[in-house]
Write a protein that binds this ligand. Sequence first.
Ligand code: C2O
Length: 581
Amino acid sequence: MRPLAVSFSVLSLIFSVVAKTVTYDFNVTYTDANPDGQFSRRVIGINGKWPIPTIDIEKGDRVVVNLVNGLPDVETSLHFHGIFQNGTAYMDGPAGVTQCPLGPGQKMTYNFTVNQPGTYWYHSHVKGQYPDGIRAPFIVRDPKGPYAGKYDEEVVIALSDWYHDENPILFSRFLSVGNPTGAEPVPNSALMNETQGMPFNVLPGKTYMVRMVNMAAFAAQYFWIEGHTMRIVEVDGEYTEEAEADMIYLTAAQRYSFLLTTKNDTSQNFAIVGSMDQDLFDAVPDGLNPNVTGHLIYDSSKPLPDPEDVDAFEPFDDFTLVPLDGEYLWEDPTYSFSLEVLMDNLGDGANYAFFNGITYTPPKVPTLYSALNAGNLSMTPEIYGRDTNPHVFKHHDVVELVVNNNDPGKHPFHLHGHTFQLAYRSDDDAGLYNASDPSVTFSKKPMRRDTVLINPGGNMVLRFRADNPGVWLFHCHIEWHIQSGLVATFIEAPDVMQQTQKLPADHLEVCTGQNLPITGNAAAKTDNYLDLTGQNLSVPPLPAGFTARGIVALVFSIVAAFLGLAAIAVYGSQELKHKTA
Ligand code: C2O
């Protein structure tokens, strides 16, 4: 996809070192699509088309996205996943955090400079909207980068999962008393570049830089190319030392770039396979095809082979990657804390997700707007609301975050505004992190990325530098778990932000146009930021002694009662017929 308008500064025509501005005019609209060939449905597209355009720029460019919400009935926003937005935190995109959601007919402009090369993506960050189609790669090319001379061509392969039902319908079933165990909706299919049977035409004896992104709502995928080796050079925008892999594993939201050197003969074509990790699914529906297949085509007159069966999935372990810049583990954390992951039921019987006993509930005022208006109280976590799960860091803190996964599921955790070092990651079922356990050893030069998998029942240690004043979410990138509350808010150097960042007028108008408050604490209180009365809170907990199993029993008895009522109704109406006959 071409940008709609590319304006070069005069200088850049003379010296190609001067960055350009790339402008996109995006009107978010419904359209129809049938990407898996099984079912045509309404999708969320841009300018009447789906898939939506790939953003494709060079390092140093300025991106301007003029966004119009052309959806008549729902809100939207755009988040540029992995882009640091250093100095422009208000351009990050999550609704309720760095902006108000755009109501139908509203518009706003995202305008930021990108100084980080690599493979990213962009997606709606309102409710669970992106699985309905509003997601695409965001590529930042690096013509002078460390691997620049080492390949002939760049290609993008985006994996994703696909549902036949629209997200609001799936969500109402997911987060309900009828689903007390919190079983996530299973996708109907897997996609590659939002289709199936993707052709990838290659020339022999060439090297391709393959940029991969998994834009899934839920499913991680194993990925491999039969008969070929991948040489990984980038993860989530961070260059790595070259590392060879036969199979990689991409959680929702992760990216990999690898070099692929083609064979010198063209006698055969090869299957390219993505396979959804079915361990994530509580129950695998009958007839589900977890795979999506494409082809590496050397000669289009030759057959396109079906993929061969694999005995076991043994993907490359990203923990072993080494950053190309050789950066060591950041020592001596100045702010350490942990997040405990748990799933449990609340008083409405639905199954929610928790960090430290809190299920995320959006504040009345976007957290960034509170931070900019709170004066000296901006460093006080309480003003951001109990259920936004706020943590405040000072400028240049070295933050150590321990995550304990008290859940038997795998979770891809993502931090906005940063990449973090994965200092340590336990195996499955290791229990709580214990720093004095002799088997715990930290990586010396840890891999950095912005989305990382935590193992079931395991733990991990992340470190990052608070060098980016802003408000950044930390959350599981399974859309179902964002919606059930597995989200925390990191408020970073709000005092610095107050000196350096100013909200654009058109962003504020999106709020005022819907009568949403733009100042005040999480409860929209402006006179006393410590007064949180009226703040948004989660559903209260179940009465003590209630368990998920109890709820299952309750649901069954309610269903039984309904069946009983139905039987009486049927019996009653039959009797009536008898009488009138
Ligand atoms: Cu892909 Cu909160 O983001």
